[in-house]
Design a protein around this ligand. Structure first.
Ligand code: BG6
Length: 518
């Protein structure tokens, strides 16, 4: 989009965040899970909340034989089953669904793209056919093919400065499986699109609470002053899941937790927590700071990996009284698989602000509960006065940003237990999203789709971010090599990972915070 047009557009968005420009969203992978569970429900909610452009169109592109009507029916059922409200109002559905249609075609067949191009141009509103969002909800191995085909059908071109028309490509993860493949993929996409036309999704960035990390840090004077090595002892980032791999065994065998979760979600959260204040709220300024942060993470040599990274795989156990298979018994999983379903690691950021402050990150499947949180533990007080009393057990102050569920922020400090003796207890001040703002939490995909239509790339991952994250992950995988999992690396479903994950903190006299709901 032209810079001036872009600025005007963004100014309009500040107010109520409605997209003004007409556009068409073409979803590749229209019969897939993501479309029915997330994308269409998100578009529907944006529509009923008045945030879609006045004029828009959604085209589902997939191979299966379907009519517009049958696809609409499936999509409606999807909203009723998976959306955050699970409700569809008839008249709103009528108004929404007349904008959505199905286009049958094979992703590798040029004729299907020509037919798509023809279909897209058949509109009384020119801008509907010139402003295009291509959402690739398909296997990454097909990204290259699809952009080539779009280009040949004259639907996608590298943006030329001054052109009022725009085309954007939204891609889902995994974005490559290592640095090299990510670079190849980036090179391929960039044959037909500029970086500003590519929107790489990390759905964690669409979560309200993840967006709030930056807001919290840079709109409050009290915390940012403490946000450094002088005050902070260490940082913990946990993203735990209480489910196993379910029906995604085949996919998981290819990725494992390191690539599925660490490479993207956890490193993204960490970069928001640890980056320097950007000079402005422009997407590029924010993303520059995130890249700088990722590049400041201490290089992971094989020796450091051996010491500071723990992997694990679940065996059969019980999660919340529900018995679970071991990973090796899951569908489409090799019974001798060495793929990790848990990773914990200690990272250091070698910059002025964070020198020597450990960042502990962990994520895993089939852990005792589902919770994502960031916890900053402050340095202890000097060992005088109350801290010097043998009978007092002072707890370190801690600030917890609870990302999901029970979203909120708590500050823990020591309070005096009322009475004549000196007794202290950790108490907390708590802010809960629900209590403060009500239960309204838009789905991550609502925000992300809105921003992709608006052309604001802040919540998407830039090429150099993806590549910097792969660099870290690749060096960890290199450290692991082909070594099979040892006995110490297994954990029972329903526990907090292998014992080695606790040892990782214990050597520093720390313990993992159990992310229980407050
Ligand atoms: C996805 C991973 O990116 O994130 C899944 O591929 C994981 O394995 C999911 O379950 C977790 O997302 P959320 O939003 O449920 O925390």
């Amino acid at each position: 989009m032209e810079d001036k047009a872009y600025k005007n557009h963004m100014a309009g968005l500040q107010d109520g965040r409605k997209v003004d420009e007409p556009c068409t969203i073409v979803i590749f992978g229209a019969s897939g899970d993501l479309t029915v569970r997330k994308l269409i429900p998100a578009l529907y909610h944006l529509f009923i909340e008045g945030q879609m452009p006045e004029s828009f169109r959604v085209v589902g592109f997939a191979r299966r034989e379907k009519t517009d009507e049958s696809w609409r029916k499936e999509m409606r059922a999807g909203i009723e089953k998976y959306s955050r409200t699970c409700k569809v109002n008839n008249s709103q559905w009528q108004a929404f669904s007349k904008n959505i249609c199905y286009h049958r075609g094979d992703l590798t067949d040029a004729v299907a793209y020509d037919a798509l191009a023809e279909r897209l141009t058949k509109s009384e509103n020119n801008r509907l056919s010139s402003n295009l969002v291509f959402y690739l909800a398909i296997s990454p191995s097909l990204f290259g093919e699809v952009v080539d085909q779009l280009h040949t059908a004259k639907l996608l071109n590298r943006y030329v400065e001054g052109d009022a028309r725009w085309q954007r490509v939204v891609v889902e993860k995994p974005f490559g499986h290592d640095l090299k493949s990510a670079q190849l993929l980036n090179n391929h996409l960039m044959r037909h699109a500029r970086e500003r036309q590519i929107f790489r999704i990390d759905h964690y960035l669409g979560k309200e609470t993840v967006q709030n990390i930056m807001m919290f840090r840079f709109s409050n004077a009290i915390f940012e002053q403490l946000w450094n090595r002088e005050a902070i002892d260490h940082v913990q980032i946990t993203v735990s899941e209480d489910i196993g791999v379910g029906s995604r065994g085949g996919y998981f065998e290819e990725v494992g937790s390191l690539r599925d979760m660490m490479q993207n979600h956890l490193l993204q959260i960490m970069s928001l927590v640890a980056m320097e204040p950007p000079p402005s709220l422009e997407a590029e300024d924010i993303r520059n700071e995130k890249v700088k942060l990722l590049k400041s993470i201490r290089k992971m040599t094989p020796e450091i990996v051996a010491q500071n990274v723990v992997r694990g795989q679940y065996f059969a156990g019980t999660v919340n009284e529900d018995s679970r298979n071991g990973y090796r018994q899951e569908e489409r999983v090799d019974p001798e698989s060495n793929v990790e379903t848990f990773v914990a690691m200690k990272l250091f950021v070698d910059n002025w602000r964070w020198s020597d402050v450990p960042f502990y990150l962990r994520t895993g499947k089939n852990l005792p509960n589902r919770a994502s949180e960031v916890r900053l533990q402050f340095r202890p007080t000097p060992n005088v006065l109350f801290a010097a009393q043998d009978n007092l057990d002072l707890h370190a102050n801690a600030l917890t940003l609870r990302l999901q569920p029970d979203e909120g922020i708590s500050l823990r400090f020591n309070g005096k237990v009322p009475g004549n003796s000196i007794e202290t207890r950790p108490v907390r001040m708590h802010f809960g999203y629900n209590a403060e703002f009500g239960a309204y939490t838009p789905e991550a995909y609502e925000r992300l789709l809105l921003e992709a239509m608006a052309g604001d790339a802040t919540l998407f991952i830039r090429r150099d971010e993806v590549e910097a994250a792969w660099q870290i992950v690749d060096s960890i995988r290199k450290g692991w090599g082909d070594t099979p999992l040892s006995n110490r690396e297994f954990y029972a479903a329903g526990t907090w990972g292998p014992v080695a994950a606790d040892d990782l903190l214990e050597v520093d006299n720390h313990v993992w915070h159990i992310p229980l709901p407050d």
